[in-house]
Design a protein around this ligand. Sequence first.
Ligand code: MN
Length: 282
Amino acid sequence: MKIARFNGGRIGVVVGDRIHDVTDACGVDPAEWPPMGMITTIAAFDELRPGIERDLGLSVGLPVADVALETPIPWPHKLLALPNNYRAHTAEMGNNSIDAGNAGFFMKSSASLSGPSDAVVLPERPGRNFHHECELAIVVGRAGRKIALDDALDYIFGYACLIDVTMRGKEERVMRKSFDTFCPVGPWITTADEVGPTDDLVLRLWVNGELKQQAPVSEMVVGIREAIVLCSAVTTLQPGDIIASGTMSGVGPIVPGDSVRIAIEKVGEMTIPIVADEPVTV
Ligand code: MN
Protein backbone atom coordinates (compact mmCIF):
# COMPACT_ATOMS: atom_id res chain seq x y z
CA MET A 1 0.00 0.00 0.00
CA LYS A 2 1.19 3.51 -0.80
CA ILE A 3 0.16 5.90 1.98
CA ALA A 4 0.43 9.63 1.42
CA ARG A 5 -0.26 12.85 3.25
CA PHE A 6 -1.89 15.52 1.10
CA ASN A 7 -3.97 18.70 0.93
CA GLY A 8 -3.35 19.91 4.49
CA GLY A 9 -2.86 16.79 6.57
CA ARG A 10 -5.27 14.40 4.88
CA ILE A 11 -4.28 10.73 4.64
CA GLY A 12 -4.58 9.04 1.25
CA VAL A 13 -3.85 5.73 -0.41
CA VAL A 14 -2.37 5.92 -3.90
CA VAL A 15 -3.48 3.32 -6.44
CA GLY A 16 -2.14 3.85 -9.93
CA ASP A 17 -2.49 7.53 -10.76
CA ARG A 18 -5.30 8.19 -8.26
CA ILE A 19 -5.33 8.99 -4.55
CA HIS A 20 -8.14 7.84 -2.27
CA ASP A 21 -8.94 9.79 0.88
CA VAL A 22 -8.88 7.51 3.94
CA THR A 23 -8.54 10.27 6.54
CA ASP A 24 -11.74 9.25 8.35
CA ALA A 25 -10.84 5.55 8.37
CA CYS A 26 -7.55 6.52 10.03
CA GLY A 27 -9.34 8.63 12.66
CA VAL A 28 -7.22 11.63 11.73
CA ASP A 29 -8.18 15.29 12.13
CA PRO A 30 -6.28 17.05 9.30
CA ALA A 31 -6.24 20.31 11.30
CA GLU A 32 -4.63 18.75 14.39
CA TRP A 33 -1.51 20.28 15.87
CA PRO A 34 1.02 18.88 16.19
CA PRO A 35 0.48 16.89 12.99
CA MET A 36 0.71 13.35 14.32
CA GLY A 37 -1.94 11.68 12.15
CA MET A 38 0.41 9.59 10.05
CA ILE A 39 2.22 8.39 13.17
CA THR A 40 -0.99 7.27 14.91
CA THR A 41 -2.01 5.63 11.63
CA ILE A 42 1.27 3.73 11.43
CA ALA A 43 1.11 2.73 15.11
CA ALA A 44 -2.40 1.27 14.73
CA PHE A 45 -2.09 0.17 11.10
CA ASP A 46 -2.94 -3.50 11.61
CA GLU A 47 -6.23 -2.56 13.30
CA LEU A 48 -6.98 0.29 10.86
CA ARG A 49 -6.17 -1.59 7.68
CA PRO A 50 -9.61 -3.28 7.18
CA GLY A 51 -11.36 0.09 7.47
CA ILE A 52 -8.83 1.75 5.17
CA GLU A 53 -9.35 -0.97 2.56
CA ARG A 54 -13.14 -0.67 2.88
CA ASP A 55 -13.08 3.12 2.31
CA LEU A 56 -10.57 2.65 -0.49
CA GLY A 57 -12.99 0.34 -2.27
CA LEU A 58 -15.82 2.86 -1.93
CA SER A 59 -13.81 5.84 -3.14
CA VAL A 60 -13.55 7.12 -6.69
CA GLY A 61 -10.39 8.99 -5.78
CA LEU A 62 -8.70 12.04 -7.24
CA PRO A 63 -5.89 12.25 -9.77
CA VAL A 64 -2.63 12.33 -7.80
CA ALA A 65 -1.51 15.10 -10.13
CA ASP A 66 -4.34 17.32 -8.82
CA VAL A 67 -3.40 17.18 -5.12
CA ALA A 68 -0.56 18.68 -3.13
CA LEU A 69 1.44 15.78 -1.68
CA GLU A 70 3.06 16.60 1.65
CA THR A 71 5.95 15.08 3.56
CA PRO A 72 4.43 11.87 4.93
CA ILE A 73 5.63 12.22 8.53
CA PRO A 74 6.15 15.91 9.37
CA TRP A 75 6.59 15.44 13.13
CA PRO A 76 8.54 12.22 13.78
CA HIS A 77 9.96 11.47 17.19
CA LYS A 78 13.38 11.03 15.54
CA LEU A 79 15.12 11.49 12.20
CA LEU A 80 18.21 9.28 12.30
CA ALA A 81 20.79 8.98 9.53
CA LEU A 82 23.69 6.75 8.59
CA PRO A 83 26.92 8.36 7.33
CA ASN A 84 29.16 6.95 4.61
CA ASN A 85 27.05 3.84 4.08
CA TYR A 86 28.34 2.89 0.61
CA ARG A 87 32.05 2.19 0.22
CA ALA A 88 32.38 4.12 -3.04
CA HIS A 89 30.93 7.27 -1.41
CA THR A 90 33.20 6.86 1.61
CA ALA A 91 36.18 6.84 -0.75
CA GLU A 92 35.03 9.91 -2.67
CA MET A 93 34.78 11.85 0.60
CA GLY A 94 38.32 10.77 1.57
CA ASN A 95 37.18 8.87 4.67
CA ASN A 96 38.45 5.42 3.88
CA SER A 97 38.75 4.37 7.51
CA ILE A 98 35.32 5.59 8.57
CA ASP A 99 32.02 4.16 7.53
CA ALA A 100 28.64 3.45 9.05
CA GLY A 101 29.91 0.05 10.16
CA ASN A 102 32.03 1.71 12.82
CA ALA A 103 30.73 5.28 12.98
CA GLY A 104 27.13 4.50 13.94
CA PHE A 105 24.43 7.04 13.20
CA PHE A 106 23.89 10.79 13.48
CA MET A 107 20.75 12.90 13.75
CA LYS A 108 19.25 15.47 11.44
CA SER A 109 16.64 17.90 12.71
CA SER A 110 13.16 16.62 11.95
CA ALA A 111 12.31 20.29 11.33
CA SER A 112 14.28 19.94 8.09
CA LEU A 113 11.63 17.62 6.63
CA SER A 114 9.91 18.78 3.47
CA GLY A 115 7.70 17.12 0.92
CA PRO A 116 7.29 16.26 -2.73
CA SER A 117 5.56 19.56 -3.48
CA ASP A 118 8.12 21.71 -1.67
CA ALA A 119 11.27 23.35 -2.92
CA VAL A 120 14.63 22.96 -1.20
CA VAL A 121 15.56 26.46 -0.07
CA LEU A 122 19.32 27.11 -0.06
CA PRO A 123 20.53 29.73 2.42
CA GLU A 124 23.12 32.37 1.59
CA ARG A 125 26.34 31.02 3.10
CA PRO A 126 29.47 32.52 1.52
CA GLY A 127 32.18 29.95 0.86
CA ARG A 128 29.84 27.00 1.29
CA ASN A 129 28.20 24.73 -1.22
CA PHE A 130 25.30 22.32 -0.95
CA HIS A 131 25.13 18.70 -2.03
CA HIS A 132 22.40 16.23 -2.87
CA GLU A 133 22.53 12.83 -1.16
CA CYS A 134 20.21 10.16 -2.59
CA GLU A 135 18.88 7.89 0.16
CA LEU A 136 16.28 5.31 1.05
CA ALA A 137 14.16 6.31 4.05
CA ILE A 138 13.30 3.45 6.39
CA VAL A 139 10.06 4.16 8.27
CA VAL A 140 9.74 2.45 11.64
CA GLY A 141 6.43 0.69 12.32
CA ARG A 142 6.51 -0.10 16.03
CA ALA A 143 8.41 0.69 19.17
CA GLY A 144 11.47 -1.31 20.02
CA ARG A 145 14.84 -1.27 21.75
CA LYS A 146 17.77 -3.65 21.33
CA ILE A 147 16.07 -5.27 18.32
CA ALA A 148 17.68 -8.52 17.14
CA LEU A 149 18.77 -8.91 13.52
CA ASP A 150 16.29 -11.71 12.89
CA ASP A 151 13.42 -9.54 14.19
CA ALA A 152 14.42 -6.29 12.49
CA LEU A 153 12.10 -6.49 9.48
CA ASP A 154 9.11 -6.80 11.84
CA TYR A 155 9.80 -3.23 12.97
CA ILE A 156 9.75 -1.65 9.50
CA PHE A 157 6.51 -0.09 8.30
CA GLY A 158 7.71 0.96 4.88
CA TYR A 159 10.05 2.97 2.72
CA ALA A 160 10.22 6.35 0.98
CA CYS A 161 12.62 8.41 -1.12
CA LEU A 162 14.79 10.83 0.90
CA ILE A 163 17.26 13.50 -0.16
CA ASP A 164 19.73 14.33 2.61
CA VAL A 165 20.62 17.87 1.54
CA THR A 166 23.96 18.81 3.07
CA MET A 167 26.05 21.95 3.37
CA ARG A 168 29.73 21.04 3.02
CA GLY A 169 32.04 22.75 5.48
CA LYS A 170 33.52 22.63 8.94
CA GLU A 171 30.38 23.41 10.90
CA GLU A 172 28.77 20.73 13.06
CA ARG A 173 27.19 18.10 10.84
CA VAL A 174 23.83 18.37 12.55
CA MET A 175 23.63 22.05 11.60
CA ARG A 176 24.91 21.57 8.06
CA LYS A 177 22.11 19.08 7.44
CA SER A 178 19.31 20.77 9.37
CA PHE A 179 18.31 23.86 7.44
CA ASP A 180 14.56 24.00 6.85
CA THR A 181 13.59 22.02 3.70
CA PHE A 182 16.88 20.05 3.70
CA CYS A 183 15.13 16.70 3.96
CA PRO A 184 12.62 16.03 1.18
CA VAL A 185 10.81 12.75 1.91
CA GLY A 186 8.14 11.15 -0.23
CA PRO A 187 6.27 11.01 -2.46
CA TRP A 188 4.51 8.64 -0.02
CA ILE A 189 5.36 5.69 2.20
CA THR A 190 5.23 2.36 0.39
CA THR A 191 4.56 -0.36 2.95
CA ALA A 192 7.22 -3.04 3.41
CA ASP A 193 4.86 -5.83 2.31
CA GLU A 194 4.33 -4.08 -1.03
CA VAL A 195 8.05 -3.40 -1.55
CA GLY A 196 9.04 -7.00 -0.75
CA PRO A 197 12.73 -7.97 -0.88
CA THR A 198 14.92 -4.86 -0.90
CA ASP A 199 18.39 -6.06 -1.94
CA ASP A 200 17.89 -5.47 -5.65
CA LEU A 201 16.12 -2.11 -5.32
CA VAL A 202 18.06 0.53 -7.20
CA LEU A 203 18.18 4.13 -5.97
CA ARG A 204 18.75 6.83 -8.57
CA LEU A 205 19.10 10.61 -8.49
CA TRP A 206 19.29 13.07 -11.36
CA VAL A 207 20.13 16.78 -11.43
CA ASN A 208 18.53 18.61 -14.37
CA GLY A 209 17.92 15.28 -16.06
CA GLU A 210 21.50 14.04 -15.72
CA LEU A 211 21.96 10.84 -13.72
CA LYS A 212 24.31 11.57 -10.80
CA GLN A 213 23.82 8.74 -8.31
CA GLN A 214 22.83 5.12 -8.75
CA ALA A 215 23.30 2.02 -6.59
CA PRO A 216 21.33 -0.96 -5.34
CA VAL A 217 20.42 -1.37 -1.68
CA SER A 218 22.69 -4.44 -1.61
CA GLU A 219 25.77 -2.15 -1.73
CA MET A 220 25.01 -0.61 1.66
CA VAL A 221 27.72 -1.22 4.28
CA VAL A 222 25.10 -1.34 7.03
CA GLY A 223 22.06 -3.04 5.53
CA ILE A 224 18.44 -2.24 6.30
CA ARG A 225 18.08 -4.84 9.07
CA GLU A 226 21.48 -3.90 10.49
CA ALA A 227 20.40 -0.24 10.59
CA ILE A 228 17.46 -1.18 12.81
CA VAL A 229 19.80 -3.14 15.09
CA LEU A 230 22.38 -0.32 15.20
CA CYS A 231 19.90 2.45 15.99
CA SER A 232 17.80 0.48 18.45
CA ALA A 233 20.91 -0.55 20.38
CA VAL A 234 21.16 3.10 21.44
CA THR A 235 17.69 4.57 21.37
CA THR A 236 14.14 3.24 21.55
CA LEU A 237 12.66 3.37 18.07
CA GLN A 238 9.10 4.68 17.82
CA PRO A 239 6.44 4.33 15.13
CA GLY A 240 7.04 6.96 12.46
CA ASP A 241 10.75 7.34 13.18
CA ILE A 242 12.72 7.80 9.97
CA ILE A 243 16.16 6.36 9.29
CA ALA A 244 18.00 7.91 6.33
CA SER A 245 20.06 4.93 5.23
CA GLY A 246 23.00 6.76 3.69
CA THR A 247 24.09 7.77 0.24
CA MET A 248 26.15 6.26 -2.56
CA SER A 249 28.92 7.82 -4.65
CA GLY A 250 28.13 10.66 -7.01
CA VAL A 251 27.14 13.38 -4.54
CA GLY A 252 27.58 16.84 -5.97
CA PRO A 253 26.53 20.47 -5.79
CA ILE A 254 23.04 21.82 -6.29
CA VAL A 255 22.31 25.49 -6.95
CA PRO A 256 19.16 27.61 -7.25
CA GLY A 257 17.34 26.82 -10.47
CA ASP A 258 18.28 23.13 -10.42
CA SER A 259 15.72 20.36 -10.47
CA VAL A 260 16.53 17.18 -8.53
CA ARG A 261 14.71 13.95 -9.26
CA ILE A 262 14.98 10.90 -7.00
CA ALA A 263 13.52 7.49 -7.84
CA ILE A 264 13.58 4.20 -5.97
CA GLU A 265 12.17 1.10 -7.60
CA LYS A 266 8.88 -0.10 -6.06
CA VAL A 267 8.93 2.89 -3.68
CA GLY A 268 8.28 5.97 -5.80
CA GLU A 269 9.85 9.03 -7.31
CA MET A 270 9.66 12.80 -6.91
CA THR A 271 11.16 15.90 -8.48
CA ILE A 272 12.22 18.77 -6.25
CA PRO A 273 13.09 22.33 -7.35
CA ILE A 274 16.04 24.11 -5.75
CA VAL A 275 15.58 27.80 -4.93
CA ALA A 276 17.53 30.53 -3.13
CA ASP A 277 16.44 31.77 0.27
CA GLU A 278 15.50 35.39 0.80
CA PRO A 279 18.42 37.33 2.29
CA VAL A 280 18.23 37.89 6.05
CA THR A 281 17.51 41.52 6.85
CA VAL A 282 17.92 42.84 10.39
MN1 MN B 1 23.37 11.29 4.10
